[in-house]
Design a protein around this ligand. Structure first.
Ligand SMILES: Cc1cc2nc3c(=O)[nH]c(=O)nc-3n(C[C@H](O)[C@H](O)[C@H](O)COP(=O)(O)O)c2cc1C
Length: 428
């Protein structure tokens, strides 16, 4: 049986280990995680979600405080039309986040940024153009377009000097979505350099309805591979969602995928941006603790742990500080849900907003614990410690486990030295 290391991904004139660590906002796929993936010869993602906020945390800048100060007068106003991002500041924050990450890059791999169209930021086109341009200026190796169809995104940067040098990928969950993207961008003479096919078991937002369980990643990947072959298009296809062992990955590579994109197993590594307490929540999770719900104001279903503290929390909308999901007309579905709850309850004391969540605030505070379907299997990838917690792993350990393991084995960390491969646990 082959393992992932028998394959290579040819991209950007390089031969890469075909392991892509997927983007996880907000700063869950932190720069140090992406840098490890690149150092080890694969591809790591940082995220462009809430970059001013991430920059404040990473570099002690004051982007959020400055925006809040400017729009404080509007806090009690339901109309958020005025609350616009200062594009120059957005560019500055992106330049810092991306630039410093690229400066720190070592090794043969690549660093990409995950760019979500649903971050409409009260001026969808302008803010997206600013984010893409700033990331390209700051030397990013590639941009993975997700959370949306991105029918006009490439056109926004077609005049950028690096337009044909930066690797562009699109995340799709169906052949239909891919066809729309290809048709819409045909006039640019610029095909995507890779296609991430995200199935229904992924973490974060899903590209399916609440009937997600009826879909299957292997079937969607096979349809897309067949279509590309018929058209004579040699674009690497990168399946994502529920690829839990190296052997799961090798099976996709054997059937024609160019690489795999994985995320859940890296959420319990030291390099992942989640707080340690939340990593332990992921490790403790059982299958029945995970749900797909509709509380994201984006309208997309999202997978998360049921006991995420942000679920049902009734905080005042925080758009003056954040406002990443304002749709361009000063509107976010959480504002409606919050006001509806206030009007029906009549008082503020015991409010609980069940329908929607103030996702900006809760993702910023790591209070919505979005996760992949197989999060409940994470406990099988490490050791239980005497105090009832689980040992965290190094990103290198998980990366190498994907790269070298066979027969669905998972190597456990040594008790004394978590970065070394230890005995194995067979998972199937
Ligand atoms: C905690 C978490 C957060 C995620 N956030 C994002 C995101 O911000 N944008 C995105 O395109 N995908 C996001 N994803 C999806 C991953 O990038 C990846 O495609 C998918 O989860 C891979 O499946 P796996 O987690 O089963 O390995 C997230 C996944 C997880 C686990």
């Amino acid at each position: 049986m082959k393992c992932v290391n028998n394959f290579r991904l040819r991209l950007a004139g390089r031969e890469l280990i075909p392991i892509v660590v997927g983007g996880m906002g907000v700063d869950i796929s932190a720069a140090r995680l992406a840098l490890e993936a690149a150092r080890l010869g694969g591809i790591g993602h940082i995220s462009d979600a809430m970059v001013p906020t991430v920059s404040d945390r990473r570099f002690k800048t004051k982007f959020v405080a400055e925006k809040l100060k400017k729009f404080k007068y509007n806090i009690l106003n339901n109309d958020k039309t005025d609350v616009q991002f200062d594009l120059a500041r957005l560019v500055e924050a992106t330049a810092l986040h991306v630039g410093r990450t690229m400066e720190a890059k070592k090794g043969p791999g690549l660093i990409f940024i995950n760019c979500m169209e649903k971050l409409t930021m009260n001026a969808p086109r302008e803010t997206l153009r600013a984010r893409l341009t700033a990331a390209m200026d700051a030397g990013i190796d590639g941009i993975t377009l997700g959370a949306g169809l991105h029918l006009g995104s490439l056109a926004l940067v077609q005049d950028h000097p690096r337009f044909r040098d930066v690797q562009f990928g699109i995340i799709v969950s169906s052949l239909r979505a891919l066809l729309l993207f290809l048709r819409k961008n045909a006039r640019l003479g610029r095909l995507p350099d890779y296609i991430v096919v995200e199935g229904p078991l992924a973490g974060g937002h899903l590209g399916f309805g609440m009937d997600w369980a009826q879909y299957d990643l292997k079937t969607i990947v096979a349809e897309i591979l067949q279509y590309l072959a018929q058209q004579g298009l040699e674009i690497p296809v990168i399946p994502a969602g529920g690829i839990f062992t190296g052997s799961d990955a090798a099976e996709f590579l054997e059937s024609g995928a160019g690489a795999v994109q994985v995320a859940t197993r890296f959420t319990v590594t030291n390099e992942c941006g989640l707080p340690e307490k939340v990593k332990q929540e992921y490790l403790q999770a059982r299958e029945e603790d995970i749900e797909v719900n509709l509380i994201s104001p984006t309208g997309y279903p999202m997978r998360m742990l049921k006991r995420s503290p942000g679920i049902g929390a009734a905080i005042r909308p925080n758009c003056e500080a954040y406002g990443y999901l304002l749709d361009g007309s000063g509107h976010c579905a959480y504002i409606d849900a919050y006001n509806h709850e206030r009007e029906t309850r009549g008082d503020n004391t015991a409010l609980s907003v069940k329908d929607k969540s103030c996702l900006c605030t809760h993702m910023r505070n790591f209070a919505i614990w979005t996760c992949g379907h197989y999060t409940y299997r994470l406990k099988d990838t490490t050791r239980l410690l005497a105090d009832g917690s689980y040992a965290l792993l190094t990103a290198e350990h998980v990366f190498h486990d994907y790269q070298y393991s066979k027969e669905h084995d998972i190597s456990l960390p040594e008790p004394s030295c978590p970065s070394n491969a230890g005995p194995v646990r067979r998972l199937r």
